[in-house]
Structure formats: C-alpha cells, structure tokens
Design a protein around this ligand. Sequence first.
Ligand code: FAD
Ligand code: NAD
Length: 471
Amino acid sequence: MPAAQKGYFMAKYDLVVIGAGPGGYVAAIRAAQLGLTVACVEKEAKLGGTCLRVGCIPSKAMLESSEKYHEVGHTFATHGIDVGKFSLNLGQMMARKDGIVSELTDGVAYLFKKNNITRYHGHGRLAGPGKVAIEPGDGETIEIETTHVIIATGSEVATLPGVEMDWDRIGGSTEALSYPDVPGHLVVIGAGVIGLELGSVWKRLGAKVTVLEYQPRVLPGLDVKMGKRAHSIFKKQGLEFKLGVRVTGARVEGDSCVVEAEGMEPITCDRVLVAVGRRPYTDGLGLETVGIELDNRGRIPVQEHFSTSASGVYAIGDVTVGPMLAHKAEEEGIACVEHLLTGYGHINYDAIPWVIYTDPEIAWVGQTEEQLKEAGIPYRAGSFPFAPNGRAKALGSTDGLVKILAHKETDRILGVHMIGPRVSELIAEVAVAVEFGASAEDIARSCHAHPTLAEVVKEAALAVDGRALHR
Ligand code: FAD
Ligand code: NAD
C-alpha cells in the first residue's frame, strides 16, 4: 500500500489516471515510460477495466468455447472425427474464462509494478485543481496532488425505461457472461454488438434466443449490404429476430421474465439480456470542483488533444466522444500522454477497425457505401467471396465476402467491409493500408501467401479494377 494511503504524507505525482481500463492503464504505462511519476486510481480490486474484467476478454473466451462446443456437434463429423456422446460442462467453461481474466488482470498489476506506477484501490474523484481524492471504502479519504489528471472512467450498461433490471434474470452483459445454467429461452433486447455476440454464445450452448431490435435491421451502423448478409447468416444459425420493435417493459415473474413491446404479444422467457448500448460513467467524479460540464449524452467533452474545459484535466476512452472500443481508448491514452510530453500525439479516427466476433466474424474500417453516397464521394467497389478460397474450404467456413471501397479517381481506400472466417485478423492489413493512405492497387500488387484467407482481400482489391482472378 502506498505511504499516502497510510496517511503519512500527501503524495504528489506528475500524472494521476482515474480508471484502470485499457485507456487508463495504457496511458499510465506510456507516461511512466516517458519518465513521469504516475499514480492510477481504480475502484475495482482487479485492474483492466470493463474490457478485461467483464467485456472484451471474457466474452471472447465464451465465444471461443461455445464455438468449439458447437463444432463438436455440427462439423466434426464432416472432418471424419466421431466423438460419440459428449456434453457441456458449463462450470468448467466459466472457470476457464475466469482464469483467462485473472491472468490478464494480474498481468496489468505486474506491468504497474514494473513501471513504478503507484496503484490506489478506491473510488477516485477530482477535489479541485491539482487534487484527487480517493475513498478506499473504509470511511477514510486520501488526498493526493498532481500536475495532470486523465479521466478514463469508462462506461456502464444503458438501461431502458420500463425494463425492471434485477441484475440477475433481467441483466446486462456482465450477468450474461456468467449465467449459472443455459437458459431455456433468452430474450436479447438490442441487435447490436453485444446482443449478437452473447446471443450467439447462448444459442450455441443450446438456448432458444429471440433478439428484439428497435431499428428495422440488425447491426444498424453496419454497411447495409454486409448487415443484410449478417442477418441472413444469423437467421440460418437459428437466432430469431423481431425487428422494428420498441420494447416497453420487462419484469421478473416468479422464475420467469415477461417482455412487452409495441405491436407484439408479450414474451415469457427465462432470462433477458439488455444490450441497448452503454453510457459514460461519471458517478461521483467531482467534475463540478473543476467546472467540467457533461454534454447532452453524458460524455465529458474534449477539445484538441483530449483536454477538457479544466486546465490540466484530460478525458479518454468510453467516457468521452467516439466509438466505445478498447483499442480506441488505448490509442487515445497514448496520444494524450505523448502530446502532453512531446507536443505531438497521433490518432487517426478514420483508421480505427471494428470487429464483431460472431461466426462468421464481421469487421470493417473506414466508411460505408451509404456514408460515401451521402457525402457525394465518387467511389468504386470491389468484392470477393470466401466461397472459392482454398483455405476457407479447408477450414469449412466459406460464408461471407470482402468488399473494398476506393476513391473513383485516386483509388485511395476509403472503406473495407468483411464478413467471413477470421476477418478479425484480416482487418489489420487494411487498417494499416488506410493509415498509410494506400490505394486498392497497392493491396492488389502486394504478394499474399497461398493458401490463406488474406487472398480474398487481394482479390477484392483486384475486383475494384474489375480484374479479380479466381472468379
Ligand atoms: P473501462 O474499460 O470501462 O475502464 C474504466 C475503469 O474505471 C473501470 O475499471 C472502472 O471500475 C474505473 N472507474 C470508473 N470510475 C471510477 C472512479 N471514480 N474511481 C476509480 N475508478 C473508477 N471493445 C473492443 O474493442 N473489443 C471487444 O471485443 C469488446 N467487447 C466488449 C464486450 C462487452 C461485453 C462489453 C461490455 C464491452 C466490450 N468492448 C469491446 C468495449 C470495451 O470494453 C470498452 O470500450 C473499453 O473497456 C473502454 O475502455 P476505458 O478504459 O475507456 O474504460
Ligand atoms: P450497440 O450500440 O452496439 O447496440 C445497441 C442496439 O440496441 C442497437 O442496435 C439499437 O438500435 C438497439 N436498441 C436501442 N434501444 C432499443 C430499444 N428500446 N429496443 C430495442 N432495441 C434497442 O450497443 P451494445 O451491443 O450494448 O454494445 C455497447 C458498446 O460496447 C458497443 O457499441 C461497442 O462500442 C462496445 N462493444 C464492442 C464489442 C466489439 O468491439 N466486438 C463487443 C461488445 C461491445
């Protein structure tokens, strides 16, 4: 425990980071690398934030395990593997997931030690200019001084009016990552990223899954063509969708839940996952002590280089404007700290990849066709399916395609959209291409190993110029 926590003296740091999620902990490490004295305040016992504890990592562990379970029952036989009788050991699946989370959160604690970052466990808040107060939960308050503060307090589950959350049967993603048994019938409210990822997990493990979505389509932010393709694939997998549905209420009744929506008979089910977005988390942060006001969506507004309206106070990650993604938070943390020390910090919001880890995966970077049309930007599109690709056939995963959108005159890549096997990895190539301002021709002329899924990216780039080879 740091000396300041024992009340011996008021510690002073160059930088205090509030929140140890991917934004906060990475900012703390980068600042320490650059020679600052750094403290990080985290209210949870484990470091790593939403992402490591109850977000990216446990959800991907469950996606992976449930995919394997599904494969044993559905695709092993086609490979000539007869496994006979098999069964689900959900306890072991959860234990594996929890083990991965622990390894990674312990890894952050190790990195803090290695980089001499002082860790404070407790709720942190601004206590006037240059001061941060910490409440460890034992009734005491510790105050520390600092030249700079980075707020990286992340986000929390958004709820819906009329939906009575008991944070058990009617809960959010955190509950859905730890159900004690497979629900007979799970209703998911929201066909966004969490709804489809966690809906897929429980569908594969045997639940009937009904997804209720307010918009007339699934994944509303996605390129329309890719969204339609995704919808039809998920339907084939057995997920049930009710689109254009406005949920008006949900409540627990005995051992069941009842979900009500306009124009629909009430649904009785075993569990409800509310996945209608996340909202910035700023509870008890003392923003008023330095004069920071939230915007109309509850976010901390930032100007250039993540500075807030208060001198020396910065905000990064989910708590501020922009996509709620772990890698966006990380990049902002690094750019914020580097700008503070060197006067230069870089983040290119046009080159931030998105990935949805369903099966098949969905990934994209840059603009959609609809956005380009709306902006009046002339473009050429080239697409190529996974179906004829040798590696995809060997994997037994041929659903999907890659679509590249390039400027009609300059050929510069403006957007890339993928649905298919392992596109979470393929998207890195095109994110780098977008960052470097590459043309579709650049990708088309680059040698891609054979047989790989990446050949589909090359073919899509060739298709922009109407000269795909294997079609
Ligand atoms: P957070 O990770 O939310 O961290 C904020 C931290 O601040 C928390 O640990 C919190 O306890 C702490 N804190 C808050 N207030 C205080 C305070 N006053 N004092 C002290 N500590 C405080 N993103 C991806 O890019 N890829 C994915 O695959 C992905 N999967 C996800 C799956 C799920 C189920 C969920 C819920 C989210 C997922 N996300 C994913 C989103 C990702 O988790 C967030 O974008 C990311 O964690 C944001 O990082 P952050 O550092 O801004 O905030
Ligand atoms: P989301 O914004 O992805 O999807 C929410 C969905 O709920 C939308 O389709 C929206 O139209 C719908 N909706 C909103 N109100 C509704 C209502 N009243 N009735 C029915 N549907 C309604 O949000 P999410 O899935 O909760 O995820 C939150 C965020 O977490 C994501 O936006 C993303 O930033 C992050 N996340 C990322 C990943 C990843 O990168 N793989 C995974 C999980 C979460």
